[in-house]
Design a protein around this ligand. Structure first.
Ligand SMILES: [Ca+2]
Length: 329
């Protein structure tokens, strides 16, 4: 005799067989995956190749993909590197190193940024010029859009950011100016700027102060600096639609009498809206009990269904998301 609930958790293994798109997907599929270098394919079946990337799986919950990394030695002024089909990795994280001729020197262009499908940005910066540390996250939509397109600006980020524990810089809160439309240099050319006081700037093209390597300062010289920008596809804002296949489905009570509630977790609200329920009997013929959509769940009414075992499928436009048995007593 069956008693109690039957809980079936459906994790589809096919996702693991694919090359994931960014560190957020890797973290989502395997929350215990450590920080390090992973292979990703940012645009899936699109033309971009698979590439190595640096994942931070611990800071603020993890899932961060490195898109800008410059460890710069004092009194040097090497050119920046814009990556189009690869990403910078992380080399040394201390000050006083010249990584300008290595795979650790560069940042992603706007097309690659768009392919990474992120909605959150993290700035990290330190300098030999002072002891303040920049370390904050933001979901400011203007900044996300600016870094993906090179058009627009970061205006509004100064009141829309979350400082992490070590954050001590005046930027971004002190911003009083914004610069627009810097294209592939949106992340390096004053995305954070308090006029003549605190800057985030990398490179040396400014006529008033030719060699700028700035983290929350305006030194007009070239101290050793370390700049990083990371991006994340924030779980709370919804992972890519493929991640729907990791949805967890639960039917209760099960066995059920007159009605049962089908609930889902690991699914963003905007993804849930695109799903519906299909029910089949034990010989594979579709049946049509009354199914009502609630906020985050479905209610299934037994109606005229006879006793027996049924299959509940949650489906969307790309196919079956999750499946569970339903037993009607
Ligand atoms: Ca691809």
């Amino acid at each position: 005799m069956l008693t109690g609930f039957i809980l079936i958790q459906c994790y589809y293994t096919e996702l693991q067989a694919q090359t994931l798109r960014n560190c957020s997907e890797i973290h989502f599929v395997n929350p215990s995956a450590p920080s390090g270098v992973y292979v990703i394919d940012p645009d899936g079946t699109g033309p971009l190749p698979s590439m190595d990337c640096q994942c931070d799986m611990t800071t603020d919950g993890g899932g961060w993909t490195l898109v800008l990394n410059y460890n710069h030695l004092e009194n040097t002024d090497p050119a920046l590197t814009v990556f189009t089909v690869s990403l910078p990795l992380q080399g040394l994280t201390t000050l006083g190193n010249d990584e300008s001729t290595s795979i650790y020197w560069g940042h992603a262009d706007t097309a690659l940024m768009r392919a990474l499908y992120f909605d959150e940005v993290r700035f990290y910066g330190i300098t030999a010029g002072h002891n303040r540390v920049m370390n904050f996250t933001t979901t400011h939509t203007g900044t996300v859009s600016y870094f993906k397109t090179g058009k627009g600006s970061t205006e509004g980020i100064s009141t829309n950011f979350t400082p992490l524990a070590s954050h001590t810089t005046f930027l971004p809160a002190a911003i009083d100016m914004s610069i627009t439309d810097r294209g592939n240099y949106a992340m390096t050319d004053y995305p954070l700027w308090t006029g003549s006081t605190y800057h985030w700037y990398l490179g040396g093209t400014d006529p008033a102060c030719k060699r700028r390597w700035e983290v929350d300062d305006y030194p007009c010289n070239t101290p050793s600096t370390f700049h990083q920008i990371w991006v994340r596809q924030n779980n709370s804002l919804g992972l890519h639609s493929r991640q729907l296949k990791n949805a967890e489905i639960k039917l209760s009570p099960n066995p059920t009498g007159e009605s049962a509630e089908l609930t889902l977790t690991n699914i963003a609200p905007e993804k849930f809206i695109k799903t519906h329920v299909q029910i089949y009997n034990s010989i594979g013929i579709r049946v049509y009990p009354v199914v009502t959509r609630n906020s985050g769940s479905f209610t299934i009414l037994k109606g005229s269904l006879e006793k027996g075992v049924y299959i509940c499928q949650l489906v969307n436009e790309s196919g079956t998301v999750a499946t569970t048995k339903m037993i009607i007593k």
